[in-house]
Every structure is written in C-alpha cells, then in structure tokens.
Design a protein around this ligand. Structure first.
Ligand code: SF4
Ligand code: SF4
Length: 143
C-alpha cells in the first residue's frame, strides 16, 4: 500500500486558477491504490440549468473548476482532481446543475478494490478493543 501514502502535499503545483489561487495536479495521487485517471468520478455541468453563480468554482478546494470569463460560467477544468465519492458541489448548487455518476458506481469500486479490507488493516491497530486485555478483565458487555 505504498502508493496510498502519497498525499496532496506531494502533488505538483501546475498553475493558478481565475482567482489567482494555486492549482495542484491531484490526479497523480492514486485512490486506494487505483490510478485516479482510471476512475470516472467528477462533476458534469448542465449548462441549461447553470445560473453562473460560481458557488461550485469558489467552494471546491481541489480546484476541479475554473472560470470561463467570456461565458461567466464554471468549467470542469481538472476532473481528476475531484475527490472520489465527494459531491459537495452538487449539494450546494442552487440550480441542481451538477451531475455525478450514481452511488452504485462508488459502491462497485469499493468492492472491486477490496477497500473495506484495506481500511480495516489501517484502523484495526488503532482501536482500543483490539488491544490485549489483562486476564480476568474481559466483559461480555464490553467485548
Ligand atoms: S453552483 Fe451551480 S449554478 Fe452556480 S455556477 Fe456552479 S453549476 Fe452553475
Ligand atoms: S465533488 Fe467535491 S472535490 Fe469534486 S468537484 Fe465537487 S466539491 Fe470538488
């Protein structure tokens, strides 16, 4: 699981967005060991509905969106910067103009990539209930 240790801190800075904020290429960071570019999770904008308020562009901390100054609308400039499973921008959009694949797409990824097992491998050593208890202190009510 070496590649799971790579963090956003290590992603290269590739420029600035329309607000002058630094932009990183987060697509180089694998997701649970899977190449991020093999995962089709990112927002799609329905421009027939989009009012151009900019909430999505301003809010997304991963700089998935940039801004089309001519049209006064957001663009999905860096789709693979999107956090797999996140849908914050869609939740916040006042016009319901942002779409994502269905929830089942994520559930399938979790199963196919053994992510539950990988997560347990990380969290089990952290959990107090897995520490060996001194003899005679076990309780059936607090196993
Ligand atoms: S939040 Fe929705 S309406 Fe506002 S710019 Fe983004 S997509 Fe358009
Ligand atoms: S889902 Fe989250 S990470 Fe992806 S574009 Fe929207 S706010 Fe950004």
């Amino acid at each position: 699981m070496e590649d799971m240790k790579m963090s956003g801190d290590e992603a290269p800075i590739i420029g600035k967005d329309a607000l002058g904020r630094p932009v990183k290429d987060l697509s180089v960071i694998p997701w649970w060991g899977v190449d991020r570019k093999d995962i089709e999770w990112y927002p799609k904008i329905n421009y027939d509905r989009c009012a151009g308020c900019g909430i999505c562009f301003i809010t997304c901390g991963r700089r998935v969106f940039d801004w089309d100054k001519e049209k006064g609308k957001p663009v999905v400039a860096r789709p693979y910067n999107c956090m797999v499973g996140c849908s914050t921008c869609a939740m916040l959009c006042p016009c319901d103009a942002i779409e994502f694949p269905p929830k089942e797409y994520i559930k399938k990824l979790v199963v196919e990539n053994n992510i539950v097992r990988k997560a347990f491998e990380i969290t089990k050593p952290l959990s107090k209930k897995n520490e060996k208890k001194p003899e005679g202190t076990e309780s059936k009510f607090n196993p």
